[in-house]
Ligand binder design. Structure first.
Ligand code: SF4
Ligand code: SF4
Length: 591
């Protein structure tokens, strides 16, 4: 009978037999491993916590609600460590929270902070680990009950320095650290300072402060603001033994602190009032240009000044100062959020970007992608200005033949599709590959990066000196992405003559991005709305149909003048031939 059992059958295939034999062994290993990881302490998982508490002799496991690990020394509880991702999940710039390891002691002092996981594009590619470490290191020694503000500016708060170019990210990180720490402290029964009575048995605040050290000796204290002692409540002791919660007073203190906290996006908007006002003023100015484009096209000198001035504003204010360079990463993040967990707060968090995207969305539907690419993109403006400079310096321009040029348009769409495909698998990978955009290097980080990135960005700008907006025409995935909503545009305000393309090619030759087809039509997917062709459209010394009309007009004026002149001459000669009144009188006629 044994020969009929599966094991006998397995004997025929040695590989299967081997697998059959080792399966129970693997199962045992798996169970052992899983039980081991279940009992792992926080120091096993994150050895950095040993630096937070160098004198600790026992590290607990993550447990309780919310998850946090107790840290002991000589049998005494000396602090807690937790992962912020287990406590609060505040979406940062990428739409994902920044997972941070935080430790604080029983005085409520933060003893260590380490970022263990994040998907912030700016931090992934632009900010070095050292700068990040320096930023979070500022929290060491601060109280979890301090009001901490990025950059300062408030007397009642403690200031920490920001990371240039990553303001939104550090604001979110600040809120993540502070809110999570308070939640853990509250759950473990630590009482905030405002919940501790300052005057006991008629003693003054000063006396109370003096006795702070004595009380620290006699029982575990949690002091927060300087000189303001905070104690571990009896409720805490109960909690640690599995009993219930905090006093009403400490609860209300936590509630008050939470209520005092503003949503991050409101803080961000308030802290950037100047930028918001200047940006809105700039967008209003651009709207005026668009609405009065026909009148301006007939005043080309004024239009050139206004356009070049606006391009400088775009590079310096929107780009290098406001760091509001839109990117394909924003588009991919938006699509992912729309598919998963859409929250307006994630977009409101950067006011410059929010206003700019809102304006761009409106202009896409009204005029197409050209308004952004021709006027509002800092990298596009940088290319355009350097090209203008090169042309003034007499640098010879070079363009691909029309057929090659039109084939190369496809490259940017292929890049866009590739990035979108990668983002479906991993947004982080897509963000890395989105480095095809030199925006971060040239605008957000102002060329302060590794030489490889700088080489690419500078290379693109140099190429644009001989081939106008080379990067925009052939490589930019953002420009490609903007063409899709622009297909629904409402207005078509770029004027054309019947003769455009039949046979006239003047505008087509001049167009900065070669967006005018041989038949004279403007390709709205490629047009950057520079209005050059509109200036030509109204120029009766350049636009051949208008030149012809003008010449006809001038000929007819000249002909009229000639006729008038002849009439005058004839009239004069008639007058000369007719006798004057004096002669008539002399001849006896009645004048
Ligand atoms: S094509 Fe890209 S780089 Fe060029 S202006 Fe448009 S968004 Fe900017
Ligand atoms: S010249 Fe005309 S068609 Fe070409 S980019 Fe400028 S506005 Fe568009």
């Amino acid at each position: 009978m044994l020969t009929e059992l599966p094991i006998t059958h397995a004997c025929e295939d040695p590989v299967k037999r081997m697998a059959f034999l080792i399966r129970p062994f693997l199962l045992c290993l798996f169970l052992m491993a899983s039980s081991a990881s279940h009992g792992q302490t926080i120091a096993d998982l994150y050895p950095q916590v040993r630096e937070f508490f160098p004198h600790a002799d026992r590290f607990g496991a993550l447990e309780g609600e919310p998850l946090a690990a107790e840290i002991h020394q000589d049998g005494k509880l000396i602090g807690y460590v937790y992962l912020s991702g287990n406590v609060v999940r505040i979406p940062a710039y990428s739409g994902r929270p920044i997972n941070t390891l935080v430790g604080f002691d029983m005085d409520g002092r933060i003893v260590g902070v380490r970022i263990v996981e994040h998907q912030e594009p700016i931090l992934l590619v632009g900010i070095s680990e050292e700068r990040l470490h320096r930023f979070v290191h500022q929290y060491q020694g601060k109280s979890i009950f301090d009001q901490i503000v990025i950059g300062g500016g408030r007397d009642d708060a403690v200031a920490v320095d920001t990371i240039s170019g990553a303001t939104i990210t550090v604001m979110v990180e600040n809120a993540t650290i502070m809110r999570s720490a308070r939640q853990v402290a509250e759950s473990r029964g630590l009482v905030p300072p405002s919940a501790v009575p300052l005057a006991v048995s008629g003693r003054s605040e000063r006396e109370e402060e003096k006795s702070h050290e004595e009380r620290k000796e006699s029982r575990p204290l949690v002091s927060t603001a300087p000189g303001r002692p905070m104690e571990l409540s009896s409720a805490n002791k109960k909690k640690r033994t599995g009993a219930n919660s905090l006093t009403d007073k400490s609860k209300s203190s936590y509630a008050r602190m939470a209520a005092q906290e503003e949503p991050i996006w409101r803080v961000a908007w308030r802290s950037r009032v100047f930028q918001i006002v200047v940006l809105c003023a700039g967008l209003f100015y651009l709207s005026l240009i668009l609405f009065f484009q026909d009148w301006l096209a007939r005043h080309p000198k004024l239009l050139i000044y206004m356009r070049d001035g606006f391009l400088l504003y775009t590079v310096f204010f929107i780009g290098w100062y406001g760091l509001a360079q839109l990117s394909i990463v924003n588009v991919l993040t938006f699509v992912h959020m729309a598919l998963h967990d859409f929250q307006w707060e994630n977009f409101l968090i950067d006011p410059m970007m929010f206003i700019l995207w809102s304006f761009v969305a409106a202009t896409l539907l009204l005029w197409g992608r050209g308004v952004y690419c021709g006027w509002l993109c800092p990298f596009g403006a940088l290319q355009e200005l350097t090209n203008q400079l090169a042309r003034r310096l007499g640098v010879k321009q070079w363009e691909f033949p029309a057929m090659v040029h039109e084939r190369l348009w496809a490259v940017k769409y292929i890049i866009l599709l590739a990035l979108f495909g990668i983002s479906l698998q991993s947004l982080v990978d897509a963000e890395r590959y989105a480095e095809i955009e030199p925006f971060k290097t040239a605008i957000t980080l102002r060329f302060q990066r590794e030489w490889g990135f700088v080489f690419f960005a500078v290379g693109m700008i140099l190429v644009s000196m001989v081939n106008r907006k080379f990067y925009c025409k052939y490589l930019c995935p953002l420009g490609a992405a903007l063409t899709y909503p622009a297909r629904f545009r409402i207005f078509d305000w770029l004027r054309r003559h019947r003769e455009c393309g039949h046979p006239c090619q003047v505008c087509a030759q001049e167009c900065e991005v070669q967006a005018i087809k041989r038949n004279g039509e403007i390709n709205p997917n490629e047009c950057h709305y520079c209005l050059d062709c509109q200036v030509t459209y109204w120029n009766d010394h350049k636009c051949p149909p208008l030149v012809e009309k003008r010449k006809r007009r001038e000929r007819s004026v000249r002909a009229k003048e000639l006729v008038l002149g002849m009439e005058q001459v004839i009239g004069q000669s008639k007058m000369d031939d007719s006798p004057c009144n004096g002669c008539r009188a002399r001849d006896g006629e009645n004048p």
